[in-house]
Design a protein around this ligand. Structure first.
Ligand SMILES: *Cc1c(COP(=O)(O)O)cnc(C)c1O
Length: 428
């Protein structure tokens, strides 16, 4: 008999974030349509986490497919130093004006982590080029900015970074702002303001940190304080960008504009990886010089790949269509209604929602090993119900493509309700 995709995979593939010795065999996916993914046995799964937060318009969207095919007949790729092409220029022309603040220049790279690397290099070299010694970076304690070394350095220290901790560069970590600590945070910033060149942050929601939400007004206070002290502001909108938090970009809810914005994930609607780092002319101009050493020496072989840019343009068409915002509002209203129901469950705490994100914690009150067992239980439960949910520790969240139907959302909520009943009986 022919081997399944899942069996062939086990012989040759090493999966991300996966303990290969104990992980169940992966599900072989052959096709996607809207919010659904279909496996090799014909089962369909609701993609309730947008395939790691990237998919905003649904799988295999016909408009994206058509634009990809059109570009494929013209140009697949070409070098991006000394040469340029229509999709790269058009995307920058259309994207910059819709971004928060006064974003004037766009730098292409390969994914979210590289967008962060570029942002860090821009700020560090910005100060070097100006002859100012301000090379330290501020970040939130539980932040996540990617898995490459620079991006890991500005992310919270955790089990994900443990093996590399002694090789990561030194960062000044801040607690998330609250009414109680905002003055202490400002004092902490004052102490190191002379050395601090930039503050990188995930606006409004720490994604991988557990969908932790915090107030726009408090973030704004912190950012305004940094700006007064000449600390550049890097908004990592890789997860929050393209409508996730209600507004087009999370920074649209914050009065102090960023100097730099990092984008990826939703940028291409969840099709091909691409990263973008944008900046103000103030930053860009500090690299203009007859002195070659002031150049930003960074690039990737596939920088500004034309196929990927064409896809990002197609995704932007869909994103800027009024029906997209209407869908996001519809999902937000349904999330809020379900959040009210969830709050009655004794097994649930910290129910929260923002834009198209709904998150809560499952009460465990037990040690880490228990949380691991819980992860196994949740994984199996939702897999059997054909709903793709992937908890972060004991945090469960729903973050669907904007095209998900009301019926599909109800099915996701229903499976969560059912899970909580089983959990209450067997575990709590
Ligand atoms: C996912 C993510 C990244 C990293 O992006 P990759 O494309 O996975 O490298 C960086 N920052 C945030 C906020 C993210 O959610």
């Amino acid at each position: 008999m022919q081997k399944s995709l899942s069996e062939r995979d086990l012989a040759v593939i090493w999966h991300p974030y996966t303990q290969m010795q104990t992980a169940p065999a992966p599900i072989g996916i052959v096709r996607g349509e809207g919010a659904l993914l279909f496996d090799e046995n014909g089962n369909s799964y609701i993609d309730a986490t947008s395939s790691w937060w990237v998919n905003i318009h649904g799988h295999s969207h016909p408009h994206i497919t058509a634009k990809l095919a059109a570009q494929a007949s013209l140009l697949h790729h070409c070098i991006f130093a000394g040469y340029t092409h229509e999709p790269a220029v058009s995307l920058a022309e259309r994207l910059l004006p819709v971004l928060p603040g006064d974003q004037q220049k766009l730098f292409y790279s390969d994914n979210g982590s590289t967008a962060v690397e570029v942002a860090l290099k821009m700020t560090i070299q910005y100060w070097k080029n100006k002859g100012v010694s301000k090379s330290r970076i501020l970040a939130f304690k539980d932040a996540y900015h990617g898995d490459t070394f620079g991006a890991m350095s500005v992310s919270g220290r955790s089990v994900f970074t443990r093996a590399f901790d002694d090789l990561l560069f030194d960062v000044i970590f801040l607690d998330l702002p609250s009414k109680d600590n905002i003055n202490a945070l400002k004092a902490q910033i004052d102490m190191i303001a002379d050395e601090a060149g930039a503050f990188i942050f995930e606006p409004l929601v720490l994604g991988s940190g557990g969908m932790v939400m915090y107030e726009a007004a408090l973030l704004n206070e912190l950012l305004a304080h940094c700006r007064e002290r000449n600390i550049l502001l890097i908004a990592d909108e890789i997860m929050t960008g393209f409508g996730r938090t209600g507004t087009n970009f999370a920074m649209d809810q914050v009065a102090t504009p960023p100097d730099i914005v990092c984008l990826s994930k939703g940028l291409t609607g969840g099709t091909i990886a691409m990263g973008v780092t944008t900046c103000t002319n103030e930053i860009y101009n500090a690299f203009l010089s007859a002195d070659k050493l002031k150049t930003l020496f960074h690039g990737h072989s596939y920088t500004a790949n034309p196929l990927t840019c064409a896809i990002a343009l197609a995704s932007l068409d869909l994103f800027l269509d009024p029906s997209c915002a209407a869908n996001r509002q519809r999902i937000n209203a349904k999330h809020r209604a379900f959040a009210v129901e969830l709050a009655y469950h004794p097994e649930v705490k910290n129910v929260r929602s923002l834009g198209t994100i709904l998150a809560f914690e499952i009460v465990t009150g037990q040690a880490d090993s228990y949380t691991n067992e819980l992860a196994g239980f949740l994984h199996t439960f939702f897999r059997e119900r054909r709903v793709m949910l992937r908890p972060l520790g004991n945090t469960l969240y729903v973050l669907p493509p904007y095209c998900i139907t009301d019926a599909q959302l109800d099915e996701v909520y229903g499976s969560i309700g059912e899970m909580l009943e089983v959990y209450a009986r067997q575990w709590a």
